[in-house]
Ligand binder design. Structure first.
Ligand SMILES: Cc1cc2nc3c(=O)[nH]c(=O)nc-3n(C[C@H](O)[C@H](O)[C@H](O)COP(=O)(O)O)c2cc1C
Length: 148
């Protein structure tokens, strides 16, 4: 899939509980990637949220997604992702039972549907509502408003 390079740099923040395998690999490497997935892959994403890397040898394979090398950081990213933020850990803040991990986005890219903001033509976002319930929106169902 062709990706557009997003040229502005910024920060990202993820909240990860210390007992997650994800927390261990981020802490050890100092890097992480945010993979933004299409609703087409919602069941794979839901499986990622139920299965721990501590319990399987290859979590990517177990949930049916494909690992590929990131462009600028020494981690794997998801081949099927519609957008990827490649991040280097900058700071970490303990907040309740999760830690906020703040990173510099060192490289970012997305599919053609992203042109400053999502067109929602091909990209259908995964919206997690609660209690195992997910939804999506598309260009016909979304309501938009823009500040003048
Ligand atoms: C929709 C959804 C969202 C989740 N969000 C988070 C999150 O933001 N932080 C977190 O630590 N766990 C979150 N979880 C739970 C983890 O994904 C889950 O415990 C997973 O098995 C951890 O895998 P790991 O041990 O390989 O990191 C979420 C689960 C679901 C289903």
């Amino acid at each position: 899939m062709d990706h557009t390079i997003i040229i502005y740099s910024t920060y990202s923040c993820v909240a990860i509980a210390k007992e997650r395998f994800t927390y261990k690999v981020i802490s050890e490497s100092g890097y992480y990637a945010v993979n933004i997935m299409n609703f087409r892959y919602v069941s794979n994403v839901a499986d990622a949220g139920r299965l721990s890397g501590y319990r399987v040898k290859n979590k990517f394979r177990a949930i049916g997604l494909t690992p590929i090398d990131a462009h600028k950081i020494p981690v794997k990213v998801v081949k099927e992702a519609d957008a990827v933020l490649e991040c280097r850990v900058r700071n970490e803040i303990e907040v309740g039972d999760h830690n906020f991990i703040i990173g510099d986005v060192v490289y970012a890219y997305a599919t053609e549907d992203f042109n400053l903001r999502w067109g929602l033509e091909d990209y259908l976002p995964i919206l997690y509502i609660s209690d195992g319930f997910f939804m999506t929106i598309n260009k016909d169902t979304i309501k938009r408003y823009m500040i003048e």
